[in-house]
Each structure stands twice: as C-alpha cells, then as structure tokens.
Design a binder for this molecule. Structure first.
Ligand code: ADP
Length: 196
C-alpha cells in the first residue's frame, strides 16, 4: 500500500495528474476541495458552514477540514492506497494526517510537489475560469487563494522535506511527461519496501 500527497499551488495541475495516477495505480482519491464543493452544492450543514469561506478564497479552518478528512478515511478501510489532493494545506493538517495514518499502522510515503511558478499559475487559472463556472475562481478571489498558498500552505513543504519524504516535479511541460516523472518517483521508491 502506498499513500501519496500531491502538492502544489492552485492551478498546478493536481486534478489532471490525480486522475491519471488513480487510473494507473488504483488509489482512493481524497480531494478536500472536491469534498467541500460537494457539501456546498448539496447544501449540507458542513456546506453551509464553509460556503462563505470558500467563496472568499480563504482556507477552511483546520478543525473542520481535519474532521471531514478523518470521516473520509474511515469510509475507506479497504483502500489499497490513498492519494491526497489539496490536503494537507497547513502544518497542523500534515501532523493530523500522519497521526491518522499511524493509527492505521501506515504512513504517508511520498509527497510529490508540482513546481509551477506563480505567474504561470495565475495565467492557467485565468484560462480555466473562462472554461468552468467555479465561483472561487473569480478574479478578486484568485489573489486570496494564491496568497493563502504562498503564506500558509508553503510551510508544509519543509515539514515533509525534513523527513525526506518530499519529491519535486517540474509542473510545466506536457501533461504526459509530468505524469511519467511522477510515475518514476513512485515506481523507483515502491521497490524499497514500506510500512503496510
Ligand atoms: P485549488 O483549485 O485552489 O487548488 P481546491 O479545489 O483544492 O482549490 O479547494 C477549493 C477551496 O476549498 C479552497 O480555496 C479552500 O477554501 C477549501 N479547501 C480545500 N482543501 C482545503 C484544506 N486542506 N484546508 C483548508 N481549506 C481547504
């Protein structure tokens, strides 16, 4: 069993690469952004709570996010491996995730950070905004999301780097090529053995 975190700024291509990784390796995909969007769309109690926050482009408080994540993990006790997308976004979230994995006798084996410069991220999101109708992609909210990433989420990288779990992949280039580079990291490390 391999558990992976796919990390990167908004617009880095995490969603695109996640789909391909799931198809190849059979991960259970946990995207906190998708989960929050599902809750707001279905107007659940949680959705009502987070709607305003999400629409502002801010991060949802750790307590709410971690509780939702735990619930999702508990729904998938038979998972062959998890791919976390958009989580963790803060150091307390990373610590909580490690603890949940440990409680199940497992671990986060890799963190793959898609490296995309800020200017490229802004250009991509502006383009995506015209193609999808995502309320949180509106111009004035974009700045907030990118600021949240570069002021809060970026601190998760040294957390994993200090534990030698961080792998950086160039996030600019052909989708296939980026996917191959991620695959090489997974395949190279998969042969060395992991906690189950
Ligand atoms: P992006 O396209 O910016 O990567 P996501 O689709 O992952 O965004 O998430 C959309 C929104 O959901 C975020 O802007 C934030 O409000 C909320 N969110 C998602 N994941 C988290 C998280 N791990 N912690 C806090 N808030 C989150």
């Amino acid at each position: 069993m391999i558990n992976l975190v796919l990390f990167g700024p908004p617009g880095a291509g995490k969603g695109t690469q996640s789909e391909k990784l799931i198809a190849k390796y059979g991960f259970v995909h946990i995207s906190t952004g998708d989960l929050f969007r599902w809750h707001t769309k279905n107007d659940t109690a949680l959705g009502k709570k987070v709607k305003e926050i999400m629409n502002s482009g801010a991060l949802v408080p750790d307590e709410i996010t971690i509780a939702m994540l735990k619930e999702e993990l508990d729904k998938n006790p038979q998972a062959k491996g998890f791919l976390f997308d958009g989580f963790p976004r803060t150091v307390p979230q990373a610590e909580a995730l490690d603890q949940f994995m440990k409680d199940n006798g497992s671990a986060i084996h890799f963190v793959i950070a898609l490296d995309v410069p800020e200017a490229e991220v802004r250009a991509r999101i502006a383009k995506r905004r015209t193609m999808e109708n995502r309320a949180d992609d509106e111009e004035e909210k974009l700045n907030k999301r990118i600021t949240e990433y570069f002021t809060k989420t970026i601190h998760v990288l040294p957390y994993y780097q200090n534990q030698n779990r961080l792998h950086t992949v160039q996030g600019i280039g052909r989708i296939e090529e980026i996917f191959e580079n991620i695959g090489k990291i997974i395949d190279r490390n998969s042969t060395t053995g992991y906690p189950k």
